[in-house]
Design a protein around this ligand. Sequence first.
Ligand code: BG6
Length: 493
Amino acid sequence: MQTNNNCIVIFGASGDLTHRKLIPALYNLFKFGRLNKFSVLGVARSELNDETFREKMRESLLETEETTPETLDAFCSHLYYQAVNTSDAADYGKLVPRLEELHTKYQTNGNTLYYMSTPPSLYGVIPECLAAHGLNTEEEGWKRIIVEKPFGYDEKTAQELDVQIHRFFEEHQIYRIDHYLGKETVQNLLVLRFSNGLFEPLWNRNYIDYVEITGAEAIGVEERGGYYDGSGAMRDMFQNHLLQVLAMVAMEPPAIINANSMRDEVAKVMHSLRPLTQDDVEHNLVLGQYIAAEIDGKEVKGYLQEKGVPSNSRTETFMALRCEIENWRWAGVPFYVRTGKRLPARVTEIVIHFKTTPHPVFSQNAPENKLIIRIQPDEAISMRFGLKKPGAGFEAKEVSMDFRYADLADDQVLTAYERLLLDAMKGDATLFARTDAVHAAWKFVQPILDYKEAGGRVHEYEAGTWGPVAAEKLIAKSGRVWRKPSGKMKKKV
Ligand code: BG6
């Protein structure tokens, strides 16, 4: 039986992710009684101590979480801190007595979960430095390591990183996190597909016309210009989050629900993506960058004016791609995927567009049959179909049948980081990316990286719009249009 009793060591403990996501997630797990015996050891270069680290975490929890002084005190008493020069192997020796002390105090049997929430340049270094002190071996308790995104910068660096980590940790110890897989609604996609006889017969090239996947954000790059400029929409959202979502839409039912079967199916989808040709990157891909505009009466900066962004940057803040999956289920069905910053709404959704009837009996414009799966916000599923318009004649109009997550009873829904941290502590890697799928995803996007590198076109779009006009043209070539979701699920579109 796996246990989640353990010490969680967070590298990058003074960083943004730690206080914005990781500590709040652990706090909530604690608050809802999901953690039993545990301690958290923050590690970073800053010269903090247990008390000052607790104080900082307490302050940020007070800002973001609903707390009571008792729960906050109780939680913070589990937090510890050790200053380490994270690029100096010798300095990791300081962790040995700290961990011994914590394992003894909390009776956590040597179980240790390392979380690399550091700049990616340290992802290869930390495992080696831990191994220098035997902190990777599973002789006493399990040792697992969570690797934050980005896992590599391209296909080659992802492979190199894997080699580096695999020298000291085996694949079963490595948890590559993609927080989209921790979202309840992404997991629900699997339940929707594989627990209902209704959808499966229709879920293929015979009945589906095309699939749209949108990951839109209303915010710009905010304070992260420095990081984002080296990444862009392709690496930041598409290669990982959106391809994982695409895999959930397209995968075959796994024989059983466990980490291997599930991830086998995800990997198969990644391997079946039709390789992008030169023609694809020139005609089925649109890259864009937002320029200054007025939104709701307020002047919004363009990407080039954002802090940390070089004024001549060609980094894309938008991308749209038409791609295909070469297998029996999906051959010939286009998948249109787009993502961008500074779009009109924050919304992540999947739209399955079903084929229309072979012959329109009632009106020339037969209503479209669509299944809209809203991942966030306002999580919902909406089925759109045609019914008779009341009155004379037989005119059909589009109606919808909606399900909203908010209507579900009072079950506590875990946030993505809560769910994934808990799974990693329990040793369940089902919702973590496996090495083969990550490499296949990089391989698929490599032609896009090459196109960018070779000076491929980056279109401008005004902040607050749905991206460059070229993206509209991309989908219009086949007589289709992108949905323009509002961020709220409405009865009518
Ligand atoms: C992160 C990206 O991985 O995902 C961010 O680095 C992006 O740029 C974020 O804003 C989106 O996540 P969510 O959960 O808000 O959709």
